[in-house]
Design a protein around this ligand. Structure first.
Ligand SMILES: Nc1ncnc2c1ncn2[C@@H]1O[C@H](COP(=O)(O)OP(=O)(O)OP(=O)(O)O)[C@@H](O)[C@H]1O
Ligand SMILES: [Mg+2]
Length: 462
């Protein structure tokens, strides 16, 4: 069994020696006569627990406590004090000391205090391990076997480790940017903190600043009486994911840049400077360079957001991922819709492999969802996928008028789910046909642009 390490810091040798003698059979004990040497040793070989005298020569025990807690917030420190120092003890407890013992020391009492402290460490470690296990087991699956996606994930793994470097994800719609933003968060040291997602395109332009930076009461008409934290504050010590960052107004861009450069900002109508540590991950499927040329996006902000920028390859550039993804989605929707699919027919597989994916993984996922929902199994066929009317790799127009809807099976269908799947299909199909232009996509569906945008976001988020 590994022994816990305890450092005993006291200038009275009789005290350090008697503590050592009392506990060294159970623990690894190192003694120090002053705080400077002890702090040096802590940096080289951090112990589990420190017993720290308050009245030390040189750096006092109180100062040493401050330094230890500053560098190792989780380290347990028990203060050793003479009875008359009780005022100082209270201030030490406020600065994060775990407990205190009073001289002359009673070894039995000291041993109980040490054992309690070490139990606390053990519990903390168990809770942390459980938290980590829970997070890992509940992370969404990221599927990909191509070299291109392996390279991306390897790079993400590496850059995720530095907890405040901004990362910009660039890639076509549906390539998995949001999923990757989540992966960055959960692989970073900030993973216990919040992951706050802001969809810059979905928040009206005149609200984005108050959403991001928060406001004080009376900052603007309708600001409410209480004031409100912004999303940057919500993301403190975690990750702020700015999705579709190209849609930020120029005013919000200026403020965001100031925040990124200095790590500080004011709430709207506020006078108190707020300091927040968070990692900013942003994503865009737009050509930001073109936006910079048109003075719609600040170049300085673009550089700041993209200290690290990662290009996510399109699905057409990593065809090895198509079938693993398709099988993954087949299993997912088979379970969800309570079907009995066992695989994908060879013709369907061939067509999927040769298809030109403009909506990337999202398009594939939607296609499989619709196929599983409407198909009867056991194999997912060309008909189920709505691909039978297409020439391989060529025209992608679905001849829907000639695609009969599947008959209603014995056990019936759930019309609401079918309607939702159809809506999703057409919303994405219009998006694809309009090459990502939402106004044109809305026209194709004969609905208003705002309705289109709202419905698309709603379908994507859940
Ligand atoms: N490698 C992958 N493994 C599993 N699922 C994936 C993968 N990539 C994407 N997806 C799924 O595809 C859908 C689209 O992904 P996501 O929302 O992350 O794309 P995006 O790049 O943010 O798109 P947009 O630019 O339109 O916002 C999501 O449902 C996501 O879970
Ligand atoms: Mg996205």
């Amino acid at each position: 069994m590994i022994k816990y390490t305890i450092y005993v810091v006291d200038d009275e040798e009789t005290i350090t020696q008697s503590i050592k003698m009392a506990i060294e059979t159970d623990y690894r004990v190192l003694t120090f006569a002053d705080a400077e040497t002890a702090i040096d040793a802590i940096k080289k070989d951090p112990p589990d627990l420190v017993l720290l005298d308050i009245g030390l020569p040189g750096i006092s025990g109180v100062e040493a406590l401050g330094e230890i807690k500053n560098q190792y917030p989780d380290m347990l420190v028990i203060m050793i004090t003479a009875y008359e120092d009780i005022e100082t003890v209270i201030s030490c407890m406020k600065s994060g000391a775990y407990d205190y013992v009073i001289k002359p020391l009673h070894m039995d009492g000291l041993e109980v205090t040490i054992r309690n402290a070490l139990d606390t460490i053990k519990l903390r470690k168990e809770v942390q391990a459980l938290q980590e296990k829970f997070l890992k087991e509940n992370l969404p699956c990221f599927i990909g076997e191509s070299n291109a996606i392996h390279d991306v994930m390897e790079f993400i793994d590496m850059v995720a480790k530095s907890p405040d470097t901004p990362i910009l994800l660039i890639g076509e719609t549906g390539t998995g940017k949001e999923l990757i933003a989540g992966a960055i968060h959960y692989r970073s040291p900030n993973f216990r903190g919040p992951l706050t997602t802001v969809n810059c395109a979905a928040i009206p332009k005149d609200l984005i600043e108050s959403e991001l930076f928060g406001y004080e009461k009376g900052a603007f008409s309708g600001a409410g009486v209480a004031g409100k934290k912004g999303l940057i504050e919500e993301s403190a010590n975690g990750t702020l994911f700015l999705d579709e960052v190209g849609d930020l107004s120029l005013e919000a861009q200026a403020k965001l840049l100031r925040f990124l450069e200095a790590g500080e900002f004011y709430r709207l109508g506020g006078t108190k400077k707020l300091h927040i540590k968070t990692r900013v991950v942003s994503a865009t499927n737009k050509e930001i360079n073109e936006m910079i040329d048109q003075a719609l996006f600040r170049k300085d902000l673009y550089f700041r957001l993209g200290v690290i920028s990662v290009q996510i390859p399109s699905l057409n550039e990593r065809r090895e991922d198509i079938m693993p993804l398709a099988r993954h989605f087949l299993t997912e929707f088979d379970r969800k819709f309570n079907k009995k699919f066992t695989g994908i027919s060879p013709e369907a597989e061939n067509r999927l492999m040769n298809y030109h994916w403009t909506g990337n993984v999202r398009e594939l996922k939607n296609m499989i969802e619709r196929g599983v929902l409407t198909g009867k199994g056991a194999e997912l066929t060309l008909q189920d996928l709505g691909l039978e009317a297409m020439s391989v790799g060529g025209g992608r127009e679905l001849a829907l008028e000639n695609t009969p809807f599947p008959p209603i099976p014995q056990e019936g269908i759930d019309l609401t789910t079918v309607e939702k799947a159809l809506e999703k299909f057409y919303i994405e199909e219009a998006f694809r046909m309009a090459k990502g232009n939402e106004s044109k996509a809305a026209k194709l569906l004969n609905i208003n642009h705002h309705t289109y945008r709202y419905r698309r976001k709603k379908l994507q988020t859940g």
